[in-house]
Ligand binder design. Structure first.
Ligand code: NAD
Length: 506
């Protein structure tokens, strides 16, 4: 990212503070490019501490009224927001494709998965119900309530410009918190559009705010005393930094990190089915998914036929601009990232892995300045190699070979990342053993990308998540609320009589 875009004639993205677009007071800017063409399409301000303070103040000012708004009314705002997201799904997906590069059908799917979190958040009155015990002592009752934590912040990665912000702010806001969102500086526009839609849905000004920028903006958020809780999704080194800084500053934190997701394929699996699923999971979104399968573990006799099938599929994938009909895989997000991924392919060759399909040198006619890289497949990869150890985050699938299921499980469990994992088999017993023994947060059985639906929670283990609670689902509600336990005794009871009309509380 440049620190100044100088004379380029492109519009600047605004901040969204207090329910309206606002300029930044920072002099630093970045450049948003369309990865399909390489063209600069927008400038994005890199917020300073004053911008962050303005956003937190707006969120703090909106908090008392929003916190006291009945959950049923908060849910009605969510219902209108849901309808607006559905009505504008294609427009949001187009923004995702324009700034990220993934294909339009893939972008539509990712927006859909985000919308499902809003559907979940519509049920907030039910989800916030506490517990009640009568007579915990003579004439004494005890109950619990879940209260919002205050101003919450979200910092999100480039690879899901709509879905990952939607993992966070709808649940936080439905719980009665107010929110400051900092999307990735590479893909800022979809968050701005969602903030406009939330306002149109009736969300009061200041409840949702959007800021932009890089480390300076994030560190200002982590150090701001007005922020009570931080949700982060991104790479592992940054997740660790967020977690440690928040812990030091007394903030509640969940920090989801990077991944190296394995798929174990047993010889009894339907190999055609597995290869089809793995090509989609490895090369979909150009491998820029935290749940992408990047390491295939072929057990015993599965290896040779599986590699042959993967080769066929990898070679058939059509690379091109994400908004063009018939394209299977778009470009990578930036030229710098494309070059980094290509560097990993060089390293794999140097370390002695067998390069079965080479994506380097892929050109797309008419889009010579786009950030394209073809599908790449390595066989005979060993655990010591850099292409196995590191998260590549590109269209590079590596195949390791093990003699037994036991060896495959041990290999997966030795890896420091533990986001998602899958097994392909026809054996219920093998699948059950795998599910039981594998030390990974999300497991798929013949499902290559086991992203839990919105009413379950999403999160990995080990270096893929720092913190205790996963996002959305009931763990999301727990993260964005504090439990209060109330013990009550009433020596005298004096209740007023109800009036003549049907009582309504919402
Ligand atoms: P990133 O860590 O570079 O950036 C994520 C966010 O942190 C961005 O908003 C960025 O502006 C900010 N940031 C970057 N460097 C920072 C620093 N030094 N200090 C403070 N803030 C900083 O990640 P990315 O490249 O945008 O996204 C790709 C990564 O995200 C991959 O590692 C991928 O696995 C991971 N990811 C994980 C999940 C998950 O659920 N575990 C989901 C999506 C993406």
């Amino acid at each position: 990212m440049n620190n100044s875009v100088g004379s380029r004639n492109v519009a600047s993205v605004s901040l969204w503070i207090g329910g309206r677009k606002q300029p930044s007071s920072s002099v630093r800017h970045g450049e948003v490019t369309n990865p399909a063409t390489g063209a600069a399409i927008r400038k994005v301000p890199f917020c300073n501490a004053a911008d962050i303070d303005a956003a937190v103040k707006a969120a703090a000012a909106a908090l008392p009224e929003w916190r006291d708004t009945p959950p049923l009314r908060r849910s009605r705002v969510m219902q209108r927001f849901l309808a607006l997201l559905q009505a504008n799904q294609r427009e949001l997906a187009r923004l995702v494709t324009e700034e990220h590069g993934k294909t339009l059908p893939d972008a539509m799917g990712s927006v859909q998965r985000g919308i499902e979190v809003v559907e979940f958040a519509c049920g907030i009155p039910h989800l916030l119900k506490g517990e009640h015990s009568e007579n915990v002592g003579s004439g004494v009752d005890c109950h619990t309530v879940r209260q919002p934590v205050g101003v919450c912040a979200g910092v999100t990665p480039f690879n899901f410009p709509v879905m990952v912000p939607l993992w966070m702010f709808p649940v936080a806001i439905a719980c009665g918190n107010t929110f400051v969102l900092k999307p990735s500086e590479k893909v800022p526009s979809a968050s701005m559009r969602m903030a406009e839609l939330a306002k149109e849905a009736g969300l009061p000004d200041g409840v949702l705010n959007v800021v932009h920028g890089d480390k300076e903006a994030v560190d200002a958020m982590l150090g701001h005393p007005g922020i009570a809780a931080v949700s982060f999704v991104g790479s592992t080194p940054v997740a660790r930094h967020i977690y440690e800084t928040c812990a030091r500053n007394g903030k509640r934190v969940q920090a989801l990190g990077g991944a190296k997701n394995h798929a174990v394929v047993l010889p009894d699996a339907d190999l055609e089915f597995a290869a089809e699923a793995l090509a989609g999971a490895g090369y979909g979104s150009a491998g820029e998914r935290c749940m992408a399968v990047s390491a295939v573990v072929a057990v015993g006799a599965a290896a040779d036929p599986l590699v042959a099938l993967l080769k066929k599929r990898a070679e058939a994938i059509v690379v091109g601009p994400g908004d063009k009909e018939g394209v299977d895989m778009g470009p990578l997000v930036t030229a710098q990232h494309r070059d980094k991924v290509a560097g990993y392919i060089d390293a794999g060759v140097k370390e002695g892995a067998a390069l079965v399909v080479d994506g380097r040198g892929t050109k797309v006619a008419g889009y010579e300045d786009g950030y394209y890289l073809g599908t790449t497949l390595f066989d005979h990869v060993t655990p010591g190699m850099k292409i196995y150890r590191d998260e590549i985050f590109g269209p590079v699938l590596v195949v390791l070979r093990t003699p037994t299921l036991e060896d495959a499980i041990a290999l997966v469990n030795r890896n420091p990342y533990a986001n998602g994992v899958a097994i392909f088999t026809e054996s219920g017993g093998a699948a059950r053993r795998f599910e039981n023994e594998v030390e990974v947060g999300m497991v798929g059985v013949n499902v290559p990308i086991p992203v839990p639906v919105a009413f379950y929670s999403f999160g990995g283990w080990k270096s893929s998540l720092f913190g205790d609670l996963h996002v959305h689902g009931i763990e999301g509600v727990k993260f964005y609320t504090r439990t209060k336990a109330v013990t009550t005794r009433w020596p005298h009871q004096d209740t007023p009589a109800p009036g003549l009309n049907m009582p309504t509380l919402g």
